[in-house]
Design a protein around this ligand. Structure first.
Ligand code: GLY
Ligand code: MN
Ligand code: MN
Length: 507
């Protein structure tokens, strides 16, 4: 068998996947931004993003944005950007291609989801040229006709489309036009050996990446529509999983229920490996086995999100397998729910994410004090960082072309345990999309050392804690668009405890 050339069509250019069947799930939900409350239906939201997505991915606007950012640092910066897409790669000792994942930096400047392409952007002429693979007659019988130059021009927001065998000649022409000061900007380690850049006076492999990373933090309307669509489909899939809870015997059956809904709606790629964790497995933050039996366990934590044309969703829900939270599970669910609601309510452009994360810890401490799991003075507990035993990860991260999107400036070397795993540090701008994902977990491996350390053990009541191990862990995660005056929640999956219980019970 000859290998198939992998060519993954974008949804925006292929016929649209059938919109989610909103008739079964239409319900009113309230979108709260600071100062405004509007009631919309799922169907209205769906229509809005579908209308936006009928346009082209705004590659040209992205290229201009990157130039603007480069020029903030170097006012005269200019020349040619050159990027290559992911290459087709065969599996080891096999003629099938490896799973294809488009390079995000290339996608950002093209909206093109095909393998073996390249792009050049001439900053002086504001001209974007996409290079696509030429027709390989031997390949057509296996893979069908590839995208033609005319197809690509109609599909992508570029000025010109050429074949990849014209890359060097085109770059030479662009360099000669730019004259003796011509610079080519590229990404280190992502340029094919046969692409020489010989005619350019200067090569810059440093500046382009951080400039695109900065550009990617603030999303435009099209990008938000992509994330919204990924959320719309994934939220419905979360509902399907919750309704499947009572009949499922193994975690994998719930994973299958999630994937079924996503794939049926055309969202075949997951933003990350789904997490379906029953009982104590929920305390393993990135549990991926999804194979254990569910019998005898209190809750399932599902952290799963589909992509839509490379844009991620990242959603977590926790639900009781019986249809009714135990007292202990509900105690913890209520704390995490309050952390999530209150921290989301703080979001608006200009807020310091670190402060919102800190606030989540304060709510966790107050809640665990009220239950008697913690004891002592709240501010002393916060100062000792004891709450990290129960909430060991960050409140959230940027979301976009990557699940843990670029531009967050984390500091993994931070000596302060409370901030070491916070993937987003600093001020959040309008147009960025963040996850808000507080959690409270009962992980023996993490908590035991705290129980043995006198700095922390005086704040923890081990006897009360004993009743909570079987809760496993609770996390609730939504995807939030930051606006000038507040926020918009892009995630529509149910999360109110009574609604969750009713959905499980209805299954
Ligand atoms: N699903 C990975 C995360 O929540 O960050
Ligand atoms: Mn997640
Ligand atoms: Mn997340």
């Amino acid at each position: 068998m000859r290998p198939r050339r992998f060519s993954c069509l974008n949804h925006s250019s292929a016929p649209f996947a059938r919109p989610p069947n909103t008739t079964a799930t239409v319900r009113s939900h309230t979108t709260t931004t600071k100062n405004t409350t509007t009631t919309t239906t799922a169907a209205m939201v769906a229509e809005n993003f579908e209308a936006v997505l009928k346009g082209k991915y705004p590659a040209k606007a992205h290229a201009r944005r990157v130039v603007d950012i480069l020029r903030q640092k170097a006012p005269k910066a200019g020349g040619v950007f050159y990027l290559e897409s992911t290459k087709t790669k065969l599996q080891e000792d096999n003629d099938s291609p490896e799973h294809f994942r488009q390079r995000r930096f290339f996608y950002y400047l093209t909206g093109c989801n095909m393998a073996d392409c390249a792009v050049a952007y001439d900053t002086a002429a504001d001209k974007l040229t996409l290079f696509i693979p030429p027709i390989d007659p031997d390949d057509v019988i296996w893979s069908g006709l590839p995208v033609s130059i005319d197809d690509a021009l109609a599909r992508y927001d570029v000025d010109e489309v050429k074949y990849t065998n014209e890359v060097n000649a085109t770059l030479a022409h662009l360099a000669s036009r730019a004259g003796p000061a011509s610079t080519v900007f590229a990404l280190a380690g992502q340029v094919s050996d046969h692409v020489t850049f010989l005619e350019f006076a200067a090569k810059d492999f440093e500046a382009l990446k951080p400039a695109i990373e900065t550009a990617r933090v603030v999303k435009d309307e099209f990008e938000v529509a992509m994330i919204r669509k990924a959320n719309h489909i994934s939220s419905e899939a979360h509902g399907a999983v919750i309704r499947r809870a009572r009949s499922a015997r193994y975690e994998r059956e719930l994973e299958a229920a999630f994937l079924e809904r996503c794939v049926a709606h055309g969202a075949k790629e997951m933003a990350y490996h789904p997490i379906l964790a029953g009982g104590k497995a929920a305390a393993t933050l990135h549990y991926v086995d999804n194979n254990a039996p569910l019998q005898g366990k209190q809750n399932v934590l599902i952290d799963a999100g589909a992509e839509w044309d490379n844009y991620a969703s990242d959603i977590t829900r926790t639900f009781p397998l019986s249809g009714k939270f135990t007292k202990e599970s509900r105690d913890i669910y209520d704390i995490v729910y309050k952390m999530q609601q209150d921290c989301t309510g703080m979001i608006k452009a200009g807020m310091l994410w670190d402060d919102i994360h800190l606030h989540a810890h304060k709510i966790a401490i107050a809640g665990l004090l009220a239950l008697g799991i913690l004891r002592g003075d709240a501010s002393e507990i916060l100062a000792a960082r004891t709450s990290a035993a129960f909430f060991p990860h960050g409140l959230g991260h940027y979301l976009g072309l990557d699940t843990h999107d670029v531009g967050g400036n984390p500091n993994r070397g931070d000596k302060d345990m409370l901030f070491r795993y916070l993937r987003l540090r600093g001020v959040i701008p309008a147009g960025s999309v963040v996850t808000v994902e507080p959690g409270v977990y009962f992980c023996e491996f993490i908590i035991k050392p705290y129980l043995e350390d006198p700095v922390h053990s005086k704040f923890i009541d081990a006897a009360v804690l004993e009743r909570y191990w079987d809760v496993g862990g609770v996390r609730i995660e939504d995807n939030i668009l930051v606006t000038e005056n507040g926020f918009e929640n892009l995630t529509t999956a149910i999360k109110e405890p009574a609604e969750i219980e009713a959905a499980v019970a209805s299954g």
